[in-house]
Design a protein around this ligand. Structure first.
Ligand code: TRP
Length: 460
């Protein structure tokens, strides 16, 4: 699995084709699918948003993922090193720098939410949701939980520490073996929860909200949010997939791999929505409730369903592990940079970048009620975590993807990229379609969305 590299000469490669797919899918599948997708969908009007989201996954996500894999495999480097190799002495290296900074930014707030899943695993396991509770009661429990400064900082610390341990220690093989088993189990539990949720009284209103598009709910901001969500969920725009591609052998079919990763990722997200929305409407909760949605909605069915405590705790445990395979990929980007380019020992790189993410995560952890200035920032109105999420988890990724598409489409050139993809007898049947998407659709669509946001000032 990912790099237990000792030095440049002995750079790691993935154990197997399945190993790479699982690692890339492990990076993609995480809180983005199960925590972020449902609440962003809820805030942006439901089915119409889902439609735009899926279109962006296909038209922008898959092409950019192929571009990232290709840059990575061709250069066998971290994002900054990769751009320096393909465009020496140019400003393109700053795209890599943006990626490294974004990785730390996302890791900081992502680990706060990952910490909540760990907390909710223990809460559920110890019977906090073994009896039926109403929506308001669940919301109150969650509010109290995330508003506790000591608990949320401790969980943040614990989660980053585990991530650091994995990235530093080369127990990567273990993760590869785990995720092969655990991700299918997570999938199974989601199916089970979805089936149960659909039997709840009032579930059909949720289905309608989720699956019957109401185009009057579409605004310009809907496109920006759907784009950000697609890129976030697929781990694109900051060089994660460049880094993972850099550990690949020349035999891999990059285009097919990207297709699979996107498929798995999208199926998990859509399934999560199928659990959340029927339940949410059955419980009379507000779909636009924001970042707490999953944590408020799900406990209301654990108390109702047979063996709810077992399924509930298993669910949060698996979600925490899914988040772990994502935080690993986030930390790996700055670490790969420091190891490759600055020749830092891996452990030192992990320790410094992990600490930085932890310190940066503290204000996010305190922004859920513990400290009121952080919970509603002056002038901006939103909380610190939401702001980090919008800046790094949305706009940074959009800018990064725009530049990556332009780089591959015009600077490095699709011809060179296709040559890299078609090495070792691999045929890229859709090369012309991909080239068209990367050169025209991706840059234009992303630029139009970002331009509109800039002009109108509707940033959030
Ligand atoms: N895609 C992950 C999720 O859905 C989060 C993530 C991992 C990520 N690496 C990334 C997001 C790189 C953007 C960029 O939970």
């Amino acid at each position: 699995m990912e790099g237990r590299r000792v030095d440049k000469v002995e750079r790691g490669t993935w154990g197997s084709r399945v190993g790479f797919l699982m690692a890339a899918a492990g990076s993609a599948i995480g809180l983005g699918n199960i925590w972020r997708f449902p609440y962003v969908t809820g805030q942006n009007g439901g089915a119409a948003f889902v439609l735009i989201y899926v279109a962006f996954v296909v038209l922008i996500g898959i092409p950019v993922m192929i571009a990232e894999f290709t840059i990575g495999r061709s250069t066998q480097k971290n994002p900054i090193g990769a751009f320096e190799t393909l465009a020496p002495g140019s400003w393109w290296r700053w795209v890599g720098v943006l990626g490294v900074v974004t990785g730390i930014g996302i890791l900081s707030f992502y680990s706060v939410v990952a910490g909540w899943t760990v907390g909710y695993f223990f809460k559920t396991l110890t019977g906090a949701f073994s009896h039926e509770i109403a929506g308001e009661e669940s919301a109150r429990i969650f509010g109290q939980f995330i508003g506790n400064p000591g608990v949320s900082i401790a969980l943040l610390f614990a989660f980053i520490a585990i991530t650091m341990y994995v990235v530093a220690g080369g127990i990567a093989d273990g993760i590869e073996r785990w995720s092969k088993v655990l991700m299918p189990v997570l999938f199974g539990i989601l199916v089970l929860l979805a089936v149960y949720a659909l039997t709840l009284e009032g579930a059909s209103k949720g289905l309608e909200f989720y699956l019957k598009p109401d185009l009057s709910k579409v605004r310009a901001g809907t496109f920006a949010k759907a784009l950000g969500q697609a890129l976030f969920s697929l781990s694109l725009g900051m060089g994660t997939m460049i880094t993972y591609g850099s550990y690949l052998s020349k035999k891999e079919n990059l285009a097919v791999s990207a297709g699979y990763v996107a498929l798995f990722d999208t199926v998990i997200a859509l399934l999560a929505g199928l659990v959340i929305f029927p339940t949410l409407f059955a419980m009379g909760l507000n779909p636009a409730g924001g970042a707490g949605l999953v944590f408020v909605v799900l406990p209301t069915i654990f108390g109702k369903m047979p063996l709810g405590t077992v399924f509930g705790s298993l669910f949060f445990l698996l979600l925490a592990l899914a988040a772990l395979t994502s935080t690993i990929s986030l930390l790996e980007v700055p670490v790969a940079y420091l190891v490759d380019e600055k020749r830092w020992p891996r452990r030192r790189a992990v320790l410094s970048m992990g600490t930085l993410a932890f310190v940066l995560g503290i204000p996010s952890a305190l922004s859920q009620g513990a400290v009121s200035v952080l919970s509603a920032l002056p002038r901006i109105g939103m909380g610190f975590l939401d702001l980090m999420n919008a800046l790094f988890g949305n706009y940074s990724l959009s800018v990064g993807s725009l530049l990556i598409a332009i780089f591959v489409g015009y600077r490095w050139g699709v011809r060179n990229a296709v040559r890299e993809i078609e090495q070792d007898g691999t045929r890229f049947a859709l090369a012309a379609h991909w080239a068209f998407l990367v050169r025209f659709i991706c840059p234009v669509a992303v630029a139009v969305i970002l331009g509109y946001i800039l002009l109108t000032g509707q940033y959030f």
